[in-house]
Design a protein around this ligand. Structure first.
Ligand code: ADP
Ligand code: MP5
Length: 271
């Protein structure tokens, strides 16, 4: 039987820890078929990103239309989008194939702006395109606290500010906001906060004492997307994703001389 399909619109991480490699590993472990629209090829290892080339915007758009019109899609997610030109092309292609709020297909926007080493993965000019073109189309946005600061100017250091940030992000137009708490270093629970414009859902978890968390954001957004593709509602899918990423962090491993990846494959090892 054909499994549900999830499209990831993301960059390649040559080190295999984050980006579309992390997405595909997660989607595989979650039992869905992953398709890709590659946006950029990064030169990356466990020590950081030393460069990238962008895929031409029209080729990114063509990949989206080609896979969705033939293979179909139950949910789509974004990762690294690199430039305003690529974001514009993604927005147009998503409208064309009914991905996002105006269509029927759930759309998870992970507004990746930098790698965990601080290397820029999105131009400054592209932030405005994320705000105006992507957020209003998103079913769910999943920024980390650095991305929250870039997008809203709010510096989240505690839980009350995390709520303020969720409200400011909601005002940019997504249906749901998930403010991730991995970078709230004072919080021993890594609290992720889900907001629908009215109610907050707090998702606490353990904070593991490891530096090997490369790809955690991609793993979270992909595991959530795998459940949205099965028709689950957003809170149910987000609860699944939080549990999934926590277990993936617990299974992370050292790689190279720097930061190692989380491992979504814990799920297969348990099967
Ligand atoms: N050390 C950790 N232990 C457990 N969960 C973590 C840890 N670091 C991050 N997480 C979880 O991984 C997910 C991604 O976290 P975060 O670091 O905030 O985003 P990003 O990976 O995009 O920078 C969130 O659900 C967060 O709570
Ligand atoms: C191609 C690509 N996409 C996304 C990330 C972010 O992942 P992380 O925050 O773990 O560095 C990355 N480093 N590379």
């Amino acid at each position: 039987m054909t499994p549900p399909r999830v499209l990831t619109i993301a960059g390649s991480d040559s080190g295999g820890g984050a980006g579309l490699q992390a997405d595909l590993r997660t989607l595989f472990a979650c039992g869905v078929h992953g398709t890709t629209a590659v946006t950029a090829i990064t030169v990356q290892n466990s020590l950081g990103v030393t460069g990238f080339v962008e895929i031409p915007p029209e080729v990114v758009a063509a990949q989206i239309v080609a896979v969705v019109t033939d293979i179909g899609v139950g949910a789509a997610k974004t990762g690294m989008l690199a430039s305003a030109g690529i974001i514009e092309a993604v927005a147009d292609a998503c409208d064309q194939v009914h991905i996002g709020r105006s269509g029927a297909i759930p759309f998870v926007v992970d507004p990746v702006a930098a790698s965990m080493h601080g290397d820029q993965l999105l131009t400054d000019q592209a932030l405005e395109a994320v705000r105006t073109l992507l957020f209003p189309r998103a079913t769910l946005v999943t920024p980390n606290l650095d991305e929250v600061r870039l997008l809203t100017g709010i510096d989240v250091l505690d839980r009350p500010r995390q709520r303020d940030a969720a409200k400011a992000l909601f005002d940019l137009g997504p249906r749901w906001v998930l403010v991730k708490g991995g970078h709230m270093w004072s919080d021993p629970e890594c609290l992720d906060l889900l907001f629908d414009g009215e109610d907050f859902l707090e998702l606490p978890g353990p904070r593991y004492d490891t530096k090997h968390t490369h790809g955690s954001g991609d793993t979270l957004a992909s595991s959530i997307s795998s459940r949205l593709a099965r028709g689950e509602d957003v809170p149910t899918a987000v609860r699944f994703g939080k549990d999934f990423v926590v277990r993936s962090v617990a299974a992370s491993y050292p790689l190279g001389a720097g930061v190692g990846p989380v491992s979504p494959l814990w799920r297969l090892e348990q099967a």
